[in-house]
Design a protein around this ligand. Structure first.
Ligand SMILES: *Cc1c(COP(=O)(O)O)cnc(C)c1O
Length: 417
């Protein structure tokens, strides 16, 4: 007997789905084992000890826990340096520090994977007219679209970085709220090679949000100069209470630290009174947590495909981020799906999600998220801007079991059982 109101049709279909996706589960398990080994090796190399978990106060000078976490993170990301901080209020904040670390007035930012994630539009100056945006600092912007098949347009990229005064390129790994696919780390490597061989002075930045630990290599393995992401997504493992990171070449990470704090202070200050244990523990759990999210995504893709919906990626496509898109085609279907996800949550299951305005987003957004950590999208959540074709973006799931139940309930709500 199911205690959730899941229709018999969905329960039956789910059994077939589970069998269909077992090859994907094997692949995910292999990746998770390798990434867990990578994380453990980094902890061991830098001799992580429980004395590092206590926080600091005031300026936070000589905070061994903070300094060691940066070293561990850089090791995992295969970069010279890293800055992992609760002081980054979000992924957007960390990405902004990366942008300002890398670009100077008079230069151009070139996005090479089409339009960047919504919250970056105001930062860049694509929309809004915010004081302190790149545009406000006389840094201009241009972009190159991805090719029809979703791969990078290397010819156009090479041409663009040879001419003009492109200071840096931005590569967004994840699809974000768009219908394109995620870029694989090897495709990111191709972009790095192309940019490097066309113009050595152009820096390469990666928005790594939602991508960490999905593959066994990261953009730092393939030539990215600097990357950034959010700790309430993949690398926080569902445990980090807030924060973001940048990782990359030392000079650029120092510049990002100067942007986060103050020039000359950089990474030497910043106390975390609550201690650092949750960031360490979250990082330790992250490969496993990401696997739970990937399994949930594969299950959702196969189930909704069987129900006749277009899903992207397909359940058996190679993934480079944790986002699953499902085309629900009507605002009503979108809302019912989100109601189902919300109703299955451990927290706030009794609330009904409605579309509302969100800072940084242009369209109204509906979000289902009954999360322990506010806005954490490594926890099971569904987001959708209210625009055609009413695609829902599903991500997260701290445990596969709760993710699967959430997806089954969403399907039941959608079918109106
Ligand atoms: C989540 C995300 C961001 C940053 O979002 P925050 O909500 O500010 O953490 C940036 N880029 C992509 C692709 C994202 O998925």
């Amino acid at each position: 007997m199911s205690q959730f109101v899941i229709s018999n049709k969905i329960l039956e279909l789910s059994q077939a789905v589970q069998a269909d996706i077992s090859p994907q589960f094997e692949l995910i398990d292999e990746i998770t084992l390798k990434n867990t080994e990578k994380v453990l090796s980094a902890f061991q190399k830098h001799r992580v000890s429980d004395t590092m978990f206590a926080g600091s106060t005031g300026y936070g000078y000589n905070d061994k826990g903070r300094e060691t976490l940066d070293l561990v993170f850089a090791e995992i990301m295969k970069t010279e340096s890293a800055l992992v901080r609760e002081g980054f209020v979000s992924g957007t904040h960390a990405i902004t520090a990366m942008l300002f670390a890398t670009l100077r007035p008079g230069q151009t930012l070139l996005s090479v994977a089409g339009i960047p994630y919504d919250t970056l539009h105001g930062v860049i100056g694509i929309t809004g007219n915010y004081s302190g945006s790149l545009k406000d600092y006389n840094i201009s912007y241009s972009q190159i679209e991805l090719l029809e098949d979703g791969s990078p347009d290397l010819k156009a990229i090479s041409q663009a970085v040879k001419s003009g005064n492109v200071g840096a390129v931005l590569i967004q790994r994840s699809r974000g709220y768009s219908s394109r696919r995620a870029l694989s780390v090897s495709e990111i490597g191709e972009i790095c090679d192309c940019v490097c061989s066309s113009n050595k002075n152009v820096r390469i930045m990666v928005d790594n949000c939602y991508g960490e630990f999905v593959e066994i290599i990261e953009p730092g393995d393939v030539g990215a100069d600097i990357l950034a992401g959010s700790l309430i997504k993949n690398p926080g493992g569902g445990i980090a209470p807030t924060g973001g990171y940048v990782a990359g070449r030392e000079e650029l990470v120092n510049a990002a630290a100067n942007r986060l704090t103050a020039p000359g202070i950089g990474d030497k200050c910043g106390s975390e009174q609550g201690g650092h244990r949750l960031l360490y523990q979250g990082l330790f759990l992250a490969p496993h947590t990401v696997a739970q999210a990937l399994k949930t995504a594969a299950f959702a893709a196969r189930l909704f495909e069987k129900l006749g919906y277009k899903t992207h990626p397909c359940y058996n496509d190679k993934r480079s981020d944790i986002i699953q898109m499902i085309s629900l085609l009507s605002p009503d279907a979108l809302l019912r799906f989100c109601e189902g996800i919300q109703a299955a949550a451990p927290v706030d299951s009794y609330v009904t999600p409605i579309a509302g305005d969100m800072p940084g987003y242009e369209h109204k957004v509906v979000m289902a998220a009954g999360t322990f950590i506010q806005g954490a999208s490594i926890e099971l959540s569904a987001d959708a801007p209210m625009r055609e074709p009413y695609n829902v973006f599903l991500q997260g799931g701290l445990t596969y079991e709760s993710g699967k139940l959430g997806v089954m309930l969403a399907a039941s709500y959608l079918l109106g059982n």
